[in-house]
Ligand binder design. Sequence first.
Ligand code: FAD
Ligand code: NAP
Length: 344
Amino acid sequence: MKVQENISLKSFNTFGIDSIAKFFVAIKSVEGLKELLFLQSMRKETKLVLGGGSNILFTKNYNGLVIKNEIAGIETIKEDAEYIYVKVGAGVNWHSFVLHCIEHNWGGVENLALIPGTVGAAPIQNIGAYGVELKNVFFSLEAFEINEKVVHNFSLNDCAFGYRDSVFKNKFKNQFVILSTSFRLRKFPIFNIEYGAIQQELEKNAEKKLSVKTICQAVINIRKSKLPDPEIIGNAGSFFKNPEISSEEFEKLKVLFPTIVSYELANGNKKLAAGWLVEQCGPNAGVTWKGYRVGDAGCHEKQALVLVNHGNSNGKEIYNLSEAVLETVYQKFGITLEREVNIF
Ligand code: FAD
Ligand code: NAP
């Protein structure tokens, strides 16, 4: 374990922001983490756990210790007639884990293909896509409490998963290092193809039989065609969450904006497509945020919900753009969007 000083985080965050960390360490094991956290010299430093940096915006230098989680390993812990239980190191790349499941025909994560980042960060915001969330396949996780220096086991209930949310974004924010996540995967997969985009993509496929492999490939194709690749243009995926409003509020908005995009939720509320809301607004009358650029900060041309770094933007400029977007959406719809990306 080597503590490095004054390290640029540019290659460690998918926005490509050139923020400097006062201290930086990559840890590969629980023992390495313990050794680090018991170092007298690091005791007083504020700490930030970093996975793939795909859900983070650095708006300034990080004046503390950045701990990059590189704990590896995929291990089957038990199985029964229906399920296989797999424990995965927090530093494992999420998409490689998905491909591992596809290879073994284990069902549950195929809709979550190609989401960047690590397995350890996946529970933080209960990652979700195409009608599936991490909580649907979650079994348990192990996390190290930074202050108390003890390992805790979290069950599904302990994590309080919500829409792009968990206890680790609220009550326990920045207090734990997730070490591993365990999953409960189906040996006989049940498919979820309720999202129109998946159905349309599957129809193009000559192989009509559904499998985890065909669904995974459909998701990969859709994502590659729609979403900006962080290797090419800096971004952290959706910058804002889709807002949830009551059906009464929705009816009022629908009168004013008949084409508003919404989805009914199980609790009777409506989920609005934040991308649509952002697209309807802009910096000036008659100009949309979609494809807009100010300096090197911008909104992606195909998905207004994704803020991008065209090259040399700093985090403050992207943050300021997000403020302007928030303000115009509020002015037009009376809705306050919530940021999904973690701001540091
Ligand atoms: P990081 O960005 O490194 O960290 C995110 C947060 O988690 C930070 O607060 C960090 O401190 C904390 N953290 C990270 N690792 C740990 C750990 N081991 N222990 C404790 N805390 C930790 N998200 C979705 O939900 N669905 C999508 O479909 C989706 N699509 C995306 C598409 C693109 C192109 C991009 C760039 C992002 C997308 N995201 C999506 C967002 C992002 O990929 C996920 O949130 C992912 O889980 C972040 O993982 P990470 O390892 O990069 O986390
Ligand atoms: P999209 O298909 O253009 O749809 C826009 C929004 O409508 C999505 O946010 C989605 O909500 C919602 N939606 C679409 N079909 C729905 C259905 N049948 N039932 C309920 N809600 C529906 O979205 P996209 O931008 O291309 O993204 C596709 C999927 O990948 C979405 O699930 C999205 O969340 C996920 N994604 C997430 C990120 C991120 O960073 N968080 C980035 C890229 C893509 P939900 O978001 O609730 O699914």
